[in-house]
Design a protein around this ligand. Structure first.
Ligand code: ADP
Ligand code: MG
Length: 378
């Protein structure tokens, strides 16, 4: 290399460094073995060491073990498929703040067209994620009135049963008929009812907790948990629920469990309200059908009601924030469904009419990145 080439090279290097440091995102480049080769100032700041010290280290030196493990799995995957990949990570900083980042990763090649390493651009999503989380949580509280009414229904039967038991005991006592066996039966039967009431409350309380991290969860179990809270309400509203599950096995989704339950609940409640209104006007047998199936990458849940199509001039508006046709509606439910399923979980939610049926279709990724299929290298 002559002097001029050296100068050109130095200028190029300088240009690259300035470019990398000017970009607001943390960026790094690492070898196929996972050792850092280079990073920009923003990454060094995030890792809390100098750019020079970053060289040679691995993700395990900067991130919690589970984040580093996930990193390794993703690296293995992109080196296998040679396709760029996006992922989300979060970690707690030393002072206890949770930070969320989007990662965009891609492989790069050397002059012999061999994989030379992996480039990663990180985008700080913390503010956006926190705003979304608090908005989702607030919208959950907007549905609370309806949920509490459901709990009242759910408690009705056990309360009637309990009061019957108590009257029976009082009657036996009055007639001097009470014996040990009767007392123990009274206790056992009462406890069954109390247990049932307490489970409804536990399910309700669990539902209120925000799921701030993505997890693997069973969709059928989630649906079952929803109906443990609203089942009796639906039943007393004279609505039939039909389950059409394509396979017997559970379908595991990767995402925010309680928020998905919130989405399903709102769609079911919308259908319920429509059916109740129709029933007030004429005799009608309302049916809500819940279908669960899966394809290679997604779990698909269809929620179908038979209570009349959505007008064609509003069907494209129903997911808009604050769009409602109800006197006491908020117009937040379906908008939140979009935010939760599409923005937060990279899924899809849509609606269509089929004759007099309305079909809401929710697609959610199956336990992300088929992580189980990739054996990480170390
Ligand atoms: N199953 C359904 N059938 C017909 N229209 C529906 C159905 N679900 C939702 N909609 C329409 O979408 C609107 C928005 O729903 P949503 O966002 O849940 O807000 P809200 O329930 O407060 O009105 C409803 O007001 C209604 O007009
Ligand atoms: Mg609603």
């Amino acid at each position: 290399m002559n002097g001029e080439d050296c100068l050109k090279m130095a200028r190029r290097n300088n240009f690259e460094n300035v470019l990398l440091d000017t970009l607001p995102n943390p960026i790094y480049y690492k070898s196929i073995k996972g050792n850092f080769i280079k990073c920009n100032t923003h990454f060094a700041k995030l890792a809390n060491i100098s750019k020079e010290e970053v060289v040679g280290k691995t993700a395990y030196d900067f991130f919690p073990k589970d984040v580093a493990n996930r990193n390794k799995i993703i690296d293995a995957k992109i080196m296998k498929t040679l396709q760029p990949l996006d992922d989300e990570i979060y970690f707690d900083t030393k002072n206890g703040n949770r930070r969320y980042y989007n990662l965009n990763k891609a492989v790069c090649f050397n002059e012999n067209n061999e994989i030379a390493g992996i480039v990663c651009i990180m985008t700080d999503m913390t503010e956006r994620t926190k705003i979304q989380e608090s908005f989702i949580q607030r919208s959950k509280f907007l549905e609370l009135g309806e949920l509490i009414a459901s709990i009242a229904h759910q408690w009705n039967e056990p309360l009637v049963e309990l009061s019957a038991q108590i009257q029976k005991v009082a009657f036996s006592y009055k007639n001097n008929k009470i014996n040990k066996k009767e007392v123990s039966e009274f206790v056992k039967d009462s406890m069954t009812q109390i247990q049932y009431m307490s489970e409804t409350l536990t399910d309700f309380r669990n539902f209120l907790i925000p799921s701030s991290v993505k997890n693997k969860f069973g969709i059928k179990k989630s649906i079952e948990e929803i109906f443990k809270i609203i089942g009796k309400d639906i039943f007393y509203s004279n609505i039939q629920i039909k389950y059409e599950y394509k396979n017997k096995e559970e379908v595991f989704v990767y995402g925010f469990k309680n928020e998905v339950k919130q989405v399903l609940l709102n769609i079911i409640n919308n259908a319920k309200t429509k059916i109740i209104n129709i029933c007030k006007k004429h005799d009608f047998k309302g049916i809500i059908t819940i279908k669960v199936s899966q394809n290679k990458n997604n779990c698909i849940v269809n929620i179908i009601d038979n209570a009349g199509a959505i007008d064609s001039d509003i069907i494209d508006l129903v997911f808009n924030p604050y769009f409602t046709t109800k006197n006491n509606g908020t117009g937040i439910g379906l908008y939140m469904a979009k935010v939760i399923i599409e923005d937060r979980m990279s899924g899809k939610v849509s609606v269509k009419n089929k004759n007099q049926n309305v079909i809401f279709k929710i697609q959610m990724p199956l336990q992300g990145l088929d992580i189980e299929n990739i054996t990480p290298r170390r």
